[in-house]
Design a protein around this ligand. Structure first.
Ligand code: TRP
Length: 463
């Protein structure tokens, strides 16, 4: 076993897993879902989902990983259920798909960092030109994938853990600095109230269901990323408390990202909060303009810091996405870690090329597929995102909980959770996890899966 490597401490594991969770999803997606979904009301719903529904899935994944000390495919087999290997393979497939487009966006973030350092604030107005300069952007993606591969090639404690111990604290310091700075700008309070004032009328069923999807993606669940990381932790670790720290860090950073972002927007719009583009556009189109208005020196510092923060957040996530197929190949085919890493990273980079050219450069991939009932085609990148993250992840989550509760059997799960945490026995936490894994998670996640699948691909609108 020792040849597989291990996290050297509980803290190292928590930082690496929190790094997997904290990513592009936290920084650009969460703040907007909050603003559009009823402000503080959404934050509460999100928090509830993260703990009520996602937390039990997280605990289950980590427990399966630690029990078997195997990759997601090998784990099901090691527990004696060879027929469930498909679930591990499905997880690996979704990880590979997600990484292929996630790395493209990470490359943009990295490219923007370099542009900010050069003081090129005009880049925001030239975003589509930027993404269509495929040689340039391809190079950024290549560099990002190479850095990811380099870290993963160094193994668990010498690579992933070491990187997380540097990247995560740096990320926290950067986001705190930026948040404090943003809150000192004129009109900051207007931005914060736009973000947080609860609007219960905006909380529709769709908002609630989006909150669940976002929480699930943000916590890196449903594909065995945490089975993989869990396979490298010690039997002395307390899984339940580790999962609580991971969840809290993820939610905390997402929350801070909003506190940082909206004062910037309020500053740019003189407190009107009008006429800026939301979602991904906000980061790549609007923010450079904010940085420019801070003046050239301060603008470079704040802008560079922001895109470095975004790159760091993305990097700890790409690392965890790459580790999943790598652990699989190393475990199951007895391949060397180095060879596997570079081979798999190259293949995933190549798989990402259609996504890279699907933002206008290639007509074929830009207008790739038109879903039933849709008015305009989706790009290849969007399509891969819909399949890899919106469809396969919730499906994976449903099946993982069904597996744990009814195939592996929940008393085995609970027994594994008590290892390293003897006080768990008989507590409400234990009873709750038991209940959630058996009933709540399979049922609610099945609903999310059905809604997303039919909604995305067949235009069926439930709300
Ligand atoms: N959680 C990351 C984010 O919010 C994305 C991510 C990283 C992920 N690894 C994952 C999602 C594994 C699902 C599974 O950006």
């Amino acid at each position: 076993m020792s040849s597989r490597g291990n996290f050297s401490s509980k803290l190292g594991f928590i930082l690496a897993a929190a790094g997997s969770a904290v990513g592009l999803g936290n920084i650009w997606k969460f703040p907007f879902e909050v603003a559009d979904g009823g402000g503080a009301a959404f934050v509460l719903i999100y928090l509830a989902f993260a703990f009520i529904l996602c937390f039990p899935v997280m605990v289950t994944e980590i427990a399966i990983g630690r029990k078997t000390q195997k990759n997601p495919v090998g784990a099901y087999a090691a527990l004696g259920f060879k027929n469930w290997k498909f679930l591990g393979l499905m997880g690996i497939l979704s990880g590979v798909l997600i990484l292929s487009f996630y790395n493209v966006v990470a490359g943009w973030a990295f490219g923007y960092f370099l542009e900010m350092v050069k003081g090129n604030f005009g880049i925001g107005q030239n975003f589509s030109q930027f993404t269509n300069d495929v040689i340039n952007v391809g190079l950024y993606g290549l560099v990002f994938m190479a850095i990811t591969a380099f870290i993963v090639s160094k193994g668990i404690s010498g690579g992933i853990e070491k990187a997380a111990k540097f990247l995560m604290p740096s990320l926290v310091i950067m986001i705190l600095l930026l948040t404090f700075y943003a809150s000192s700008l004129p009109n900051a309070m207007k931005g914060i109230s736009y973000y947080l004032i609860p609007e219960f009328s905006e909380v529709t069923p769709e908002v609630i269901y989006n909150a669940l999807g976002q929480a699930f993606f943000s916590l890196s669940l449903g594909m065995g990323a945490l089975i993989t990381y869990g396979s490298y932790i010690s039997r002395g670790d307390n899984i339940v408390s580790s999962a609580a720290y991971i969840t809290l860090t993820d939610v905390g950073i997402a929350f801070l990202a909003g506190l940082m972002m909206f004062p910037f927007v309020a500053y740019l719009t003189d407190g009107t909060m009008e006429g800026f583009s939301g979602g991904p556009g906000l980061i790549f189109v609007t923010l450079p303009g904010v940085f420019e208005s801070l003046g050239s020196t301060l603008g470079i510092v704040v802008g560079a810091l922001f895109f470095l923060l975004l790159s760091f957040a993305a990097l700890t996530s790409t690392v965890s996405l790459l580790e999943v197929p790598v652990t699989y190949v190393v475990d199951e085919f007895k391949a060397s870690r180095k060879t596997s890493v570079w081979l798999i990273a190259t293949l995933i980079f190549l798989l990402g090329i259609p996504s890279l050219v699907s933002n206008g450069y290639s007509e074929l991939f830009t207008s790739f597929i038109t879903y039933v009932g849709a008015s305009s085609p989706a790009s290849f990148m969007t399509f891969v995102e819909h399949v890899g993250s919106d469809t396969l992840l919730p499906l994976g989550g449903v099946l993982i909980t069904i597996f744990a509760a009814y195939v592996w059997k929940k008393h085995n799960l609970i027994e594994e959770l008590r290892v390293g945490n003897p006080n768990l026995e008989g507590t409400w936490k234990e009873k709750y996890i038991d209940f959630a894994v058996s009933y709540l998670c399979p049922i609610l996640l099945t609903l999310v899966f059905i809604f997303t699948f039919l909604g995305r691909f067949f235009g069926v609108n439930f709300f």
